[in-house]
Design a protein around this ligand. Structure first.
Ligand code: PGA
Ligand code: ZN
Length: 447
């Protein structure tokens, strides 16, 4: 079918931009026949899962090998020409064409960073041609063209203390996050987590630990000889901020265990100079859940230890969300396997792990159908783009994870959500703490 002239892709251009770590990344601008034009810049991870779509890097000496000129050339030479003339409002068609041109399952040939840049910029331009923000286009697709009930704003999980690959290994575990479970609005949610961050900085200062160290996602960090201390310091921060732990603000932890564990179940804790087997490691996490107000644990085990994950679901407390990031790698088949094995109860959704918007969307739908939670997530190397916030709202994800409350690539997403809450007024509602319970169907959320 011939695309309508106004929403047909007329030009695709790409260039090298920088992400928040100062590394090159792919920027792409798509212009449509009717004049709509949109740009997207793709993010990039540091604790990258083995099963993610593969980003293309130049290697060599330039930018220590992180350059993306080859990915840019793929956009200009192959991907752009292949989607020219397609209707940008038909996201599935555009993305199918991009996958077809690349021809590899993990998009390694042209590069998942090249493919995602075109996918996102096309979707944004298509939304503009329709005269609607992206979240609204995604929301109306979901409900068969009828705008959904009240718009669900995601509960944020906000990085307070960082370790692992984001903070030069200050501790082994990667993120300790605050979750403002008692918030009444999105604006109130941000206010709560900003208070936790400031108070946690004070706790670190009083202990003589440098709070000046800012990690990749804008979180605090300081070297510690015990992983639990990182959880403890954030909980102390909640109390020091005069908030009720578990009622006003709870805690989430991203262990990112593939970074220090093996598929065979050995967990090497460098900062403690000890190694635990899987059973002892899970017993330790269960103990933390008993003593701290933890509502979500992410990547508790190695990404290829499927049996271990099933065990984790039975060993760890029912009320704690078990979230798969590297485990699922935003890949629909891995999510299906997880559902069959009962290996987790929530899925982290990172568009650049998938490589196209359509692939990421199918992961969200698959998870929601099975009653799994969904957390739309930024990367540790991110950009000033705000589309991630639109994805979380449009897909009714219920949760979003972006990093800290500071640094502009992070606040860009928070500020977009504040804008939406402001504009929607009483038509918006913040997702409540029920999103962390196991098997809460998205339709039962408080809308
Ligand atoms: P990454 O970290 O972007 O470095 O993978 C984010 C996360 O692990 O959730
Ligand atoms: Zn993670």
């Amino acid at each position: 079918m011939k695309a309508r002239q106004a929403s047909a892709i007329a030009s695709v251009v790409a260039w090298e931009a920088l992400d928040s770590r100062g590394r090159p990344t792919v920027a792409c601008r798509v212009q449509l026949g009717g004049g709509a034009v949109a740009r997207a810049i793709v993010p990039s991870g540091a604790s990258t899962g083995a099963h993610e779509a593969v980003e293309r890097r130049d290697g060599g000496e330039r930018y220590d090998g992180w350059g993306v000129r080859s990915a840019i050339a793929a956009v200009t030479g192959e991907l752009g020409p292949a989607v020219a003339g397609l209707d940008a409002t038909d996201r599935a068609r555009v993305d199918a064409r991009l996958e077809e041109v690349d021809g590899t399952p993990d998009l390694a040939r042209t590069g998942a960073n090249a493919v995602l840049a075109v996918s996102l910029a096309s979707a944004l331009a298509g939304a503009q041609a329709l005269g609607r923000p992206l979240w609204q286009v995604l929301a109306t697709t979901d409900s068969g063209g009828v705008p959904s009930r009240r718009t669900l704003l995601p509960m944020p999980m906000v990085n307070i203390f960082s370790g692992g690959a984001h903070a030069a290994g200050a501790v082994d575990i990667q993120d300790v996050l605050a979750v403002p479970v008692g918030a009444e609005s999105f604006a109130h949610a941000l206010e709560i987590v900003a208070r936790v961050r400031a108070a946690t900085a004070g706790v670190l200062r009083r202990r003589g630990l440098s709070s000046a160290l800012v990690a990749d996602e804008g979180g605090l960090s300081a070297p510690m000889s015990d992983n639990e201390a990182a959880v403890g310091v954030v909980c102390e921060g909640i109390e020091a901020a005069n908030l009720r732990p578990g009622a006003d603000a709870a805690v989430a932890v991203d262990l990112a265990a593939s970074q220090f564990g093996t598929a065979e179940g050995r967990y090497h804790l460098r900062c403690e100079d000890r190694e635990l087997d899987r059973a002892d490691w899970l017993a330790r996490l269960a103990d933390w859940c008993g003593r701290y107000p933890i509502v979500s644990l992410e990547d508790v085990l190695h990404e290829d230890d499927w049996d271990g994950w099933t065990e984790a679901v039975s060993v760890l407390p029912e009320q704690c969300q078990l979230l798969g990031d590297d485990l699922f790698a935003t890949h629909v088949e891995r999510v299906q396997e997880g559902i069959a094995r009962k290996a987790a109860n929530a899925v982290l959704v990172k568009p650049n792990q998938a490589g196209t918007l359509t692939r990421a969307e199918s992961v969200v739908r698959e998870a929601q159908r099975a009653g799994l939670g969904t957390v739309v997530s930024a990367r540790s190397g991110d950009t000033e783009d705000t589309w991630l916030a639109d994805l979380a709202v449009g897909w009714r994800a219920g949760q979003i994870k972006v990093g800290s409350t500071m640094r502009s690539e992070r606040t860009a997403k928070w500020n977009r959500l504040l804008e939406l809450e402001h504009d929607l007024g009483r038509n918006a509602v913040l997702a409540g703490p029920e999103v962390f319970g196991r098997s809460t169907p998205v339709s039962d959320l408080r809308t």
